[in-house]
Write a protein that binds this ligand. Structure first.
Ligand SMILES: Nc1ncnc2c1ncn2[C@@H]1O[C@H](COP(=O)(O)OP(=O)(O)OP(=O)(O)O)[C@@H](O)[C@H]1O
Length: 468
């Protein structure tokens, strides 16, 4: 049920409109002057305000911005005089939802009102998504925001959820956040690493056992599934769940009951399942290495976490967030970032995603010692080498391409061509080398494998500055 305010000095119109609004199941209030209307708008919580332009004590359009600016930000539908296109234009430009020429037909009133209410409902729903606690989840890219919207959906439901994505993309972080934002937050979040389940004990670890059920079972254990009763069971690396256990687990998932090893009685567990994998379960299912029926159940809701290289804009935010934490951990003052450092982070592929970034930042911080600003040469060597190689590959590819499609007469001899390509690639490599090492000759020799004298010779040949 919505709350509607009608501000119009035409009492007959207010009356008709009120009846219609009531029929639609909404509450309504009428005001016949601008002053009274604004006071009512400010003291109540209205979803839609019908506002007349020609009121006895002023022009409704003048009050429009103030009404829109109220806490509840109501949608405003303006009543304009017949044939007043300027008024209509002004109304829309001033933030009105719609305008209706007077005298309006009922149909003309109902449609914009329904649309405005639907819009508000959707806006409310989407902003309630943002209200989830996302502490520790950093990033503003559209890809991450889309994943967060799905996280909100998962948290507000009890549906089995599958998190997919490369290693280090935050699947466990998201699983924890789904639990923390769900109605089950007060109960346990039980993690099962399917890749680490011991072959012989897998059933008892999951479903528990009675005392004496097997050699070494000197006391009964409830099993992880039972421990998740009322809470969330997180099956990490679910692609590694032994095939032999997939059928019994599917039954547990359907019935939420099972029999511990060595027990005659079934026990129940009201758990919510969240699973994660960095493997392609569809392919595994096609190869008969994963049960298709279990896969269907797991995929009730799926959240695919994007790799870091596809959301480069998050790298800076993550860097600032984690570098801040690391500086605190190591008792160091805040660090500055050179543009080249941030460029290098953005250019790297991050196969290990956020986990690799955090590790790289920790090593960077250690390498930078007391220096206040971070440069590419503080990055771990393997990253700098990768970047230098990639840049070299690109420059060579660019060079090869530039001759395509040209007049055959203009082609140089192969020897000249090769020398030109090598020389250009050499120059590009050295420029990158100097950039990435911040012109640290020792580090540059180590990365390039060149002797100090050879490096100086090449730098001189290509006219590249060699020291800081
Ligand atoms: N968006 C993010 N914001 C902040 N930290 C993140 C984000 N994504 C991942 N991390 C951090 O990266 C590290 C790895 O994340 P997590 O363990 O959740 O990845 P994963 O996808 O489960 O990896 P794996 O498949 O290897 O188990 C954790 O320290 C996590 O806090």
């Amino acid at each position: 049920m919505a709350n509607i305010l009608i501000i119009d000095d035409d009492e007959a119109l207010c009356d008709i409109l009120s009846r219609r609004v009531k029929q639609m199941g909404h509450d309504h209030t009428c005001a016949y002057t601008l002053k009274d209307g604004y006071e009512k708008a400010a003291s109540g919580s209205y979803d839609v305000v019908f506002l007349d332009v020609g009121l006895p004590d002023g022009n409704g359009l003048d009050a429009l911005p103030r009404i829109r600016g109220l806490d509840n930000c109501p949608e405003v539908i303006i009543f304009t005089g017949q044939g007043d296109p300027d008024g209509a234009e002004l109304a829309i430009k001033s933030g009105a939802w719609d305008y209706i020429a007077k005298p309006p037909s009922l149909k003309e009133i109902v449609l914009p009102l329904s649309r405005a209410l639907q819009y508000r409902e959707e806006k409310k729903r989407s902003s309630s998504k943002v209200l989830i606690k996302t502490e520790g989840i950093v990033g503003n890219s559209t890809q991450l925001q889309n994943a967060l919207n799905l996280l909100a959906q998962a948290a507000s439901s009890d549906a089995t959820t599958l998190l997919t994505g490369e290693t280090g993309t935050g699947k466990e972080l998201f699983a924890t956040a789904i639990h923390a934002n769900s109605d089950r937050a007060g109960k346990d979040f039980v993690v099962v690493d399917c890749a680490a389940l011991p072959d012989t004990l897998v059933e008892s670890v999951l479903f528990g056992h009675e005392k004496g059920a097997f050699t070494g079972a000197d006391k009964a254990h409830p099993g992880l599934v039972k421990l998740a009763d009322g809470g969330t069971l997180f099956l990490d690396e679910v692609g590694e769940l032994p095939l032999s256990l997939q059928k019994p687990f599917l039954r547990v998932l359907q019935e939420r009951r099972f029999r511990p090893v060595g027990s005659q009685k079934e026990v129940t567990s009201n758990f919510r399942l969240v699973a994660a994998t960095n493997r392609n379960l569809e392919e595994l299912a096609e190869a008969k290495l994963f049960r298709q029926d279990l896969l269907y159940r797991l995929k009730t809701l799926t959240i695919d976490l994007p790799p870091l290289r596809s959301r480069v804009q998050d790298i800076k935010d993550l860097t600032i967030f984690y570098m801040g934490k690391l500086c605190e951990k190591y008792g160091k003052g805040a660090k500055g970032y050179s543009p080249e450092f941030l460029e290098a982070l953005a250019a790297y592929e991050w196969p290990g995603n956020v986990r690799e970034l955090i590790n790289a930042l920790e090593r960077t911080l250690i390498a930078s010692a007391e220096e206040p600003t971070l440069f590419p040469n503080h990055l771990p060597t393997h990253i700098r080498v990768k970047l230098a190689r990639e840049s070299l590959r690109q420059s060579t590819a660019g060079k090869t391409k530039s001759f395509q499609g040209e007049n055959p007469q203009e082609l140089p001899s192969l020897k000249d061509y090769r020398e030109a390509v090598v020389s250009e690639a050499e120059a590009k490599y050295l420029e990158d080398l100097m950039l990435l090492t911040n012109r640290d000759i020792r580090a540059a020799c180590k990365i390039s494998g060149l002797s100090r004298s050879r490096l100086y010779h090449l730098l001189q040949k290509h006219g590249i500055k060699g020291s800081r």
